[in-house]
Design a binder for this molecule. Sequence first.
Ligand code: DX5
Ligand code: ZN
Length: 224
Amino acid sequence: MQIRILPSLLAADFGHLADEARRAESAGADELHLDIMDAHLVPNLSMGPAVVAMADACVNIPLNVHLMMTNPDRYIAPFADAGATTILIHVEADCDVAATLAAIHARGIRAGVTVNPGTLAEKAFPYLAVSDELLCMTVEPGYGGQSFMPEVLPKIRELRDRANEIGKADLDIMVDGGINIETACACAAAGANSFVAGTFLYRSDDMPGLMTRMREIAQAALNM
Ligand code: DX5
Ligand code: ZN
């Protein structure tokens, strides 16, 4: 299973977004994570398709777009057109999740579901077979810089076991919120292979060093 590290642009310096996107790429990021908030599913507003298009114009790594939106359906086309490589939606959204995943795939891009900390693993089970990625929130979504919620760890294991049972051992299981070396290690031990990190990576002056360390530690924990 491949380890992936995705810096979250939400924690970048918004005065220099293009440089910040390039900083993640040159530090060795596997993908760039972009958090889209609608002030409805989550209490905050963040960025729209124009920021994804900006990233598309200045980096060559995949763009992982996390739609925290109650009604994602009419935003699939704008984000796909802007250059998204993957679009993740929430199982808590007010949409036909399977149909929205199909609409994302119809654009020729990767699709996945996200589950909030309080949402049971079972809610995601019906979509594992049709998802390329599964995102487990390890904080309540809406803001960067929050503390990791260790109570989510058993759910990560449950989802990895279920993916194995249905013959999808290659499902990318991601975690997002409060991720640093220590919490990434705990998540990898529970079966996660992809790590979104905002504050920890962007607020450091050694993003490459932290990413290398995170990759080594997570790989070791995942292999145990
Ligand atoms: C939270 C977002 C995260 C956020 C993580 O709603 O989905 O991607 O950027 O930020 P940190 O790593 O600071 O917890
Ligand atoms: Zn996110």
